[in-house]
Each structure stands twice: as structure tokens, then as C-alpha cells.
Design a binder for this molecule. Structure first.
Ligand code: G6P
Length: 362
């Protein structure tokens, strides 16, 4: 219950929850580690995922965006093909299923009706189900075959922040454990890399003034805003734009950098804010090319890059982390920018209009 959880010195739960993210990452590492320092997951779950020929991730809202990143992790690290589906669409747009699917439901609350409806349906078809949730004993946890917990602590603010990073961290651990079980080579030490991520998030949480300044400069009066990214940054900008919409009511869109020219660039006017993420070496030049295209049409660019890839025009440089884990870190500036944009626009940060923390109707 929200009233039992103290905000302490924080003006809003959202800001407290953003700040909790380094501790949540460290808690997850600790919870999924055995005495000899290995990452471990229940054998039943490992077997179910390992034996599936395709993973179907089902989720809504921010959890759906975490699922898009999770797909990259599972495919790249564990080499299992993954599809990610919006829960409310799955019933009508049911894809042709593989012979041996495993369903993963990602849900902070474990109560989302759209996701539950899919769970009930696929259980009837006899498929194995795993819920990744923050709430032990929640409906989706009870009704699925297996559960992985986020250990993020209660999330009170309607706009989800720490659950998103926790979902990605847990999916990275699942991917690594499956890879090991399959005898695949994992050429990095995930525990070590997640530790670096936690430290990097801490650095960003100590840079609030800079994100407040960005929000003030770019978003205090604008009608709309665009976020762009390529590769894994594209998935993060989808979440960034959702966060901004949810709490500041600015019409925001996240776009794949290369797709802008196929239509959306028509919306660029003098002063339109464009926030670009540049954390991936392979697309660093091409995303910057997209920024140039919109700047030529009057856009006001704000490039957030990662150390090692930075260029002179960048507005903020995040600390370097492993390239597959960048969403855990690059999302933080976008959470804080959304928070301060909402604050500057005098919106109710923790309880935005028309939204509920968990939606228990279809
Ligand atoms: C609601 C919330 C969102 C959340 C979505 C899915 O719409 O407002 O913040 O991402 O539900 O919630 P879940 O609990 O399933 O992750």
C-alpha cells in the first residue's frame, strides 16, 4: 500500500524510484547468485527455456518495451529466437506458433488483465509459461508455471522506472544462464558488467541538475518532441517517449533514426526538440546523420551519447557500459528528463491523469 512506503526526503515517488535503480541492480545480482558467485536460476525454468524452440514475450506498456530489449538479450546471448507481442493484440493477431513455444509474461504488477487473458489462453493450449514480475503471489505469478522475481521493491509512481531496469537485468541473467546451460560461449562476465551498470546509473542520478536543465531548455513549452535511436537505442527511445507522454502530456514519439525520412520528418519545424541516443558504435555515424537531417529542417537537437562514442556536439555523455547492456543506463537520462519536464509543466508526476498503476480490465 502506497501509504506504507515512505517518500522520505523525496518530493515524488518517481524520483525516489529512479534513484533506487543502482541498489535494485545490485540486489538482483545478489538474489540470483549462489554461494560460489555463479548466476543461478531454478533448474525447471532453465530447462523449460532451453527446450523451447522459440520464446514469445507478452507484455503491455513499459514492460513491453523491456521485452523488446529482452529479445535482443535472449537472441544474442542464448541464441533462442524471440517474438515480442503487445498483450492486448495477441488474441486477435495470434502469430503462427512454433512447435515448442515458451511464453514469458513480463509484468511489474503481475495483474495486467490484457496479459492475463493471453496467459489463460496459452495455458489452455498446453504451453509452458513463465512470469517475470515484481509482485510475488500476483495473479500472473500464481497462474504461470514459473516465476522470476524482479526484487525491485514496491513501485508506487504510476510511471514505471525501476521495474523496467529490473526486468532487463533479470532477462540478462536468464539469457546468460541459458547460454551456459547450452554450452555457448559468453565472452563477458555479466556480474561484473552489471556492477559497472549500477555504478554508471549512480553517476547519472548524481547529474540531476543537467537533466533538469535539458528539460527546461527543450521541453518546458514545446507541443511535441521526438526521440530517435538505432539498433538497441531504438527500443529505449520508445520507452523514453512513453515516459514523457505519461507524465508531461507532451506529444512524443520514438523513432528508428532511419525511418524518419519515410514520413515523420514532415513534422519537423523550427525548434522541434529531437533527443537522440547514440550508445552503439555500429550505428554511431548513421544516427548522427539523422540528427543532421532534422537540424537542417530546424530541429533543436539534444544528443545523449556514450563515452567512447562522444562528439563535440553532444549534450550529455553517459558512462561506458557493455554495449548489450546500454538500455539499463541510457534510459536513466530519459526518465529524469521526463520527470523534470513534468515538474516544469506543473503536472502531477506520481499520479498522471487518465492512468492507473495497473490496469485490471481488458
Ligand atoms: C499500466 C501502467 C504502465 C505499465 C503497464 C503494464 O498501463 O500505467 O506503467 O507499464 O500498465 O503494467 P505491468 O504491471 O503489467 O507491467
Amino acid at each position: 500500500d502506497a501509504s506504507d512506503i515512505e517518500k522520505g526526503t523525496y518530493p515524488h515517488y518517481m524520483l525516489k524510484e529512479i534513484d533506487e535503480q543502482p541498489a535494485v541492480i545490485r540486489k538482483i545480482i545478489q538474489q540470483y547468485q549462489n554461494e560460489s558467485g555463479q548466476l543461478v536460476i531454478d533448474q525447471d525454468i532453465v530447462d523449460a527455456v532451453d527446450q523451447s524452440d522459440r520464446v514469445y514475450i507478452i507484455a503491455a506498456g513499459t514492460s513491453y518495451h523491456a521485452g523488446l530489449v529482452g529479445k535482443q538479450l535472449i537472441e544474442k546471448i542464448a541464441h533462442i529466437p524471440v517474438e515480442v507481442h503487445i498483450a492486448s493484440e495477441f488474441a486477435y493477431n495470434t502469430p503462427l506458433l512454433s512447435a515448442n513455444p515458451l511464453f514469458i509474461f513480463i509484468s511489474q504488477s503481475g495483474e495486467t488483465a490484457d496479459s492475463r487473458q493471453v496467459l489463460v489462453h496459452v495455458k489452455k493450449l498446453g504451453y509452458k509459461t513463465l512470469t517475470v514480475t515484481n509482485v510475488p503471489g500476483s495473479t500472473l505469478s500464481r497462474e504461470a508455471d514459473y516465476t522470476l522475481l524482479l526484487h525491485a521493491g514496491p513501485e508506487i509512481a504510476v510511471a514505471s522506472t525501476k521495474a523496467y531496469t529490473a526486468q532487463i537485468a533479470v532477462l540478462s541473467i536468464l539469457s546468460e544462464v541459458i547460454a551456459k546451460k547450452r554450452g555457448l560461449e559468453v565472452n563477458f562476465d555479466l556480474i561484473h558488467e552489471l556492477g559497472i551498470v549500477a555504478n554508471a546509473i549512480e553517476v547519472l542520478c548524481d547529474s540531476k541538475d543537467e537533466f533538469e536543465a535539458i528539460a527546461r531548455e527543450y521541453l518546458s513549452t514545446t507541443r511535441n518532441a521526438f526521440f530517435i535511436g538505432r539498433g538497441i537505442d531504438f527500443y529505449v527511445v520508445l520507452e523514453a517517449s512513453l515516459k514523457l507522454k505519461e507524465i508531461s502530456y507532451i506529444q512524443a514519439e520514438g523513432f528508428a533514426g532511419g525511418e524518419l525520412k519515410h514520413g515523420t520528418i514532415a513534422l519537423i519545424e523550427d525548434g522541434t526538440p529531437i533527443i537522440a541516443l547514440a550508445t552503439q558504435e555500429s550505428v554511431n555515424l548513421s544516427i548522427r546523420g539523422n540528427v543532421k537531417e532534422v537540424v537542417a529542417r530546424g530541429a533543436n537537437p539534444c544528443i545523449i551519447s556514450m563515452k567512447g562514442l562522444e562528439m563535440e556536439e553532444d549534450r550529455f555523455v553517459i558512462p561506458e557500459v557493455h554495449e548489450i547492456l546500454t538500455p539499463l543506463v541510457s534510459v536513466i537520462p530519459t526518465q529524469l528528463i521526463a520527470y523534470y519536464a513534468a515538474l516544469h509543466r506543473e503536472c502531477d508526476v506520481d499520479k498522471p491523469r487518465n492512468l492507473a498503476k495497473s490496469v485490471t480490465v481488458e
